[in-house]
Design a protein around this ligand. Structure first.
Ligand code: ADP
Ligand code: MG
Length: 586
């Protein structure tokens, strides 16, 4: 049994025994920790993992609480039905709010969540049938299989059973194809989009997921207290929830419990201690919290969980040797025209970065695109991969126009890229980083992941990632953290990730930049091997020496225009090229 399993077992045993053994006061604390954990869990997913900050989570708690309070008191609806009603309402509202706020970027997103967090709070406070600031009282108790949960001790089991289910399902979710896509959202999502992840949809998914967890917590809260008023759903509470998620940290879903536990206990303790210490009453604990948060952000940005996890080394991913291979696309015949640029043009305002450039690339060749700094190479790359829209001209891939498609829609045609500045998830294993490349070769979504119904597909995706790592010679490092690799290996990792997409054409943007001599040789070796296996490559590169020994053909650019095109030895002897590239040195 792994250490983590053992701790989980001890945790469950404690939770089973606690309500029977602990004094009332501690059971109450435990109840609150459970309620807060469920909300903080949503924030670990949304903010910690997905990088989307929300201060408005308390409003969704209120939505769950008020829905059940109103329906169960005014109409006598069973709490189990009002739970469904509350979740349905929260679903609809969060999809709507998600669509309008998640488009916001940077600090506008948190500001947006504050805005609707405050609006919803005032809505609860001012709607007459919700009881205004007084709220709604005399909620019915919840009945579970004929057993009335009429005491905090009995209620504790329901809270923690649901909290545990929520924790396990989010944990499952993060350990899956969708989970990798969610984790790839942080840092802008360009990389995720480049492998076919619908990042806008993924953001909505985690936003709605977090809102539903908050709403569930609100339903529990309302029936635990059997009374609701607007105060606990204010923006202050929203800040505290966020605080819990930050304190726990996103390294593991258990950060939600750790954060909720620490803050709840600490708050209780400070509320008792500080007024006595200072000789006057007041919410001094909030000041201490503020100071603690600043300290934490300076000293332990990742929260407390990484410190805890040091004692629980992550188990190596078990690879199933017998996992069947993913289906592969039929590769084009050698010599078929793959990529065709016709009078491609890109203007940035008055600057024409790419000026009516035409060239083509055939199957099985390595085509080098070279030129001095600022010549327009990276821009060409971004036009072909759909990152930038064209100003004029067209790009065809295997005869089909791709310049009208988004980056995400181009991927399925068989183009896969690496980045000039590596884009990987440093704390995730090499294997899982590479598996992101195979995103479009799987299809199972969030719900099957949460319920662990996609294990067969997941095994195939991981096996494919392992196979590509072996192919590029990184097989021995697959269980290491990607961030611990040397730069040269990280670039190779990116090639393995691109290969995972089962591409027809690899697009490499300056893969040799920053590599040492030996690493460059290893990279050239790898690219030659891939070519011998039928892979086609478009190579944007600065290093002339590296390129000349490797490529079949070259296109030379200068000031956005094609200066020359031909075999390496032709280019090396071309006077115009030498003039432009070597600054007149002959
Ligand atoms: P290379 O990769 O060959 O060094 P780039 O394609 O990056 O060159 O740049 C070509 C020209 O286009 C440069 O003058 C650069 O400043 C300009 N440029 C590139 N991207 C942008 C952009 N997003 N906005 C404005 N100008 C740009
Ligand atoms: Mg460049």
């Amino acid at each position: 049994m792994s250490r983590a399993r053992l701790v989980l077992g001890v945790f469950v045993a404690f939770m089973l025994a606690a309500p029977l053994l602990l004094p009332e006061f501690h059971v109450t604390l435990l109840n609150y920790i459970g309620l807060y954990s469920i909300v903080a869990l949503g924030l670990v997913l949304l903010t910690g993992v997905g990088g989307l900050t929300s201060f408005g989570q308390a409003a969704f708690v209120g939505m769950g609480a008020y829905t059940t309070a109103y329906l169960s008191t005014a109409f006598g609806v069973s709490p189990w039905l009002t739970l469904i009603a509350g979740l349905a309402l929260t679903f609809a509202v969060s999809v709507f709010l998600g669509f309008i706020t998640l488009r916001l970027s940077g600090h506008y997103l948190p500001l947006g969540t504050i805005a609707w967090g405050i609006s919803l709070f005032y809505l609860f406070s001012n709607i007459e049938f919700l009881g205004g600031y007084t709220g709604i009282s005399s909620l019915p108790e919840i009945n579970l299989f004929g057993l009335a949960l009429d005491t905090g001790r009995k209620f504790d089991y329901l809270i923690w059973a649901l909290a545990l289910l929520a924790l396990l399902s989010v944990d499952n979710l993060l350990d899956s194809r969708s989970g990798r896509a969610i984790r790839a959202l942080k840092g802008g999502g360009l990389m995720a989009e480049s492998f076919g992840v619908d990042t806008a949809r993924m953001k909505i998914v985690i936003f709605v997921h977090a809102a539903l967890l908050a709403s569930l917590s609100g339903w529990l809260y309302a029936h635990l207290l059997r009374f609701v008023n607007p105060t606990p759903f204010s923006i202050n509470a929203g800040i505290e929830y966020l605080f819990m998620a930050v304190v726990g940290g996103a390294a593991s879903v258990w950060g939600a419990v750790v954060g909720a536990g620490i803050l709840t206990v600490l708050k209780q303790w400070l509320q008792d201690l500080l007024p006595r210490l200072l000789g006057q009453s007041g919410n001094f604990e909030m000041i201490v919290f503020g100071v603690l948060l600043v300290l934490l952000l300076q000293r332990a940005r990742e929260g407390i969980m990484p410190l805890v996890l040091r004692f629980f080394p992550a188990p190596k991913k078990q690879l199933q040797a017998a996992a069947p291979e993913l289906p592969r696309r039929t590769q084009p015949a050698a010599g078929e025209t793959l990529l065709e640029l016709t009078r491609v043009r890109k203007a940035f305002g008055g600057l024409v970065a790419v000026n009516d450039l035409s060239f083509s690339l055939s199957s099985g060749e390595i085509l080098g695109l070279i030129g001095p700094n600022g010549a327009g190479k990276s821009t060409v790359f971004n036009l072909v991969t759909g990152v930038l829209p064209l100003t004029g001209g067209e790009v065809r891939f295997r005869g089909e126009r791709i310049d009208i498609l988004s980056a995400r829609a181009i991927v399925p045609h068989g183009l896969a890229r690496t980045f000039q500045h590596v884009h990987l998830l440093p704390t995730m294993s090499v294997l899982e980083n590479v598996a992101i490349g195979a995103h479009l070769r799987g299809s199972k979504g969030v719900i099957s992941a949460a319920l662990r119904l996609e294990r067969a597909e997941e095994a195939m995706l991981l096996a494919e990632a392992a196979r590509q790592l072996e192919r590029v010679g990184l097989g021995d490092s697959m269980h290491e953290q990607a961030g611990s690799l040397a730069l040269g290996q990280q670039r190779i990792l990116e090639i393995a990730r691109a290969l995972c997409a089962d591409p027809v054409l690899l697009l490499l943007d300056e893969p040799a930049a920053g590599l040492r001599y030996q690493e460059k040789r290893a990279l050239a070796e790898l690219l030659r091997k891939l070519r011998s296996e039928g892979m086609s490559v478009l190579l944007v590169e600065h290093d002339m020496d590296f390129v000349m020994k490797l490529v079949d053909r070259l296109v030379v650019m200068d000031f956005g225009e094609k200066l020359a095109e031909g075999l390496p030895q032709e280019i090396q002897a071309n006077a115009v090229v030498l003039e432009a590239y070597l600054g007149g040195v002959k």
